[in-house]
Design a protein around this ligand. Structure first.
Ligand SMILES: Cc1ncc(COP(=O)(O)O)c(C=O)c1O
Length: 314
């Protein structure tokens, strides 16, 4: 999907024109993948627009940078304010927000410590991420997720997405919407850019952080919603074959939101691949909250002052 440009990008504390947000080919990040980033959504509301879990995303950006010894000279509050500034300056909502911090132009060589840290925040319109209006048809990938003690999964680092690219490309060239990767021990891990949930016997299962998953903000939100709805949630290592015998399955993610899975490896999920009752209850509560159709009882939304370009669908 081509990027839809906006007027401004935030760079190290200032708004600059979209076309001026450029880096040198010899920047450290280009050669060694030394970036950490976030993906955040701003939703249309009946009376404007609001960003979903802004502070939590900015905390994760800071955490990712800390793992990579990348000093970010901004607090969660400053980064959150910068996101609001860039959305309001561009006047684009709903939108997707992409903060990124990386090692810029400085030294040659793998050690990044003497290359400067640059922080940018862009926003742009972005719609559905995992195709399939009646549920996604996915496969188990032949690629494993990152092995422990190689690339840290809890850091949302650009370099991790080389693995994600292999998973996603393989899935798409074989006619699937997305791939689910196992961890190096053969347990279920996650999609190339989504966390994984399964339902069996009315219990909601998801893979724990130790199975090489990103600590998804949507994953955390869905766990909270499920508990609020009285659904039992279990985080435990899950065998691959549970995918084929579960009653319901869905992905979560900022881009994927809550996307139900119709089939895995061409085996229908549940009896008919349709969205089941547990997924539906969670899906509806999630979208009611993010679209401002029910009160924000979780305190997850940060309002922004932008005239909304699209109507909100119930
Ligand atoms: C590998 C991976 N797992 C899970 C997720 C879902 O995380 P979140 O809900 O914070 O977007 C993402 C997206 O950021 C991701 O890239």
């Amino acid at each position: 999907m081509p990027i839809q440009t906006t007027a401004n990008i935030w760079h190290n504390g200032q708004l600059i024109p979209w076309d001026k947000a450029q880096i040198h080919v010899m920047s450290h990040v280009v050669h060694y993948g030394s970036s950490v980033f976030e993906g955040i959504r701003c939703y249309a509301q009946p009376t404007g627009a609001a960003v979903f879990r802004l502070q939590e995303h900015m905390q994760r950006l800071i955490d990712s940078a800390k793992i990579y010894r990348m000093p970010l000279p901004y607090t969660v509050d400053q980064l959150s304010a910068a996101v609001v500034d860039v959305i309001e300056a561009n006047g684009v909502a709903p939108c997707y927000i992409r903060p990124i911090a990386f090692r810029g132009y400085g030294e040659v060589g793998v050690n990044p410590l003497k290359s400067p840290v640059e922080v940018y925040i862009a926003n742009f319109p972005w719609g559905k991420y995992v195709p399939g209006n009646d549920g996604a048809d996915v496969c188990v990938s032949s690629w494993s997720r990152l092995a422990p003690n190689t690339m840290p999964s809890l850091a949302k680092a650009g370099a991790n997405y080389m693995n994600s690219q292999l998973i996603r490309m393989e899935a798409e060239v074989n006619g699937y919407s997305e791939g689910i990767a196992l961890d190096v021990n053969g347990y279920l891990s996650e999609g190339s850019g989504e966390n994984l949930f399964l339902v069996r016997g009315g219990v909601l299962y998801t893979t724990p952080l130790a199975n090489s998953v990103l600590s998804g903000i949507t994953r955390g939100s869905v766990i909270t919603i499920a508990r609020q709805l009285g659904i039992e949630v279990v985080e435990q290592a899950l065998p691959r074959e549970l995918l084929y015998i579960c009653d319901e399955a869905f992905f979560t993610g900022t881009a994927a939101e809550v996307t139900h899975l119709r089939s895995v490896d061409r085996i229908l999920v549940g009896d008919n691949g349709k969205m089941g009752p547990v997924t539906t209850a969670i899906h509806d509560e999630f979208f009611n909250v993010v679209n401002g159709l029910t009160p924000d009882r979780y305190n997850w939304l940060t309002p922004v002052n932008v005239k909304v370009a699209e109507t909100v669908e119930a």
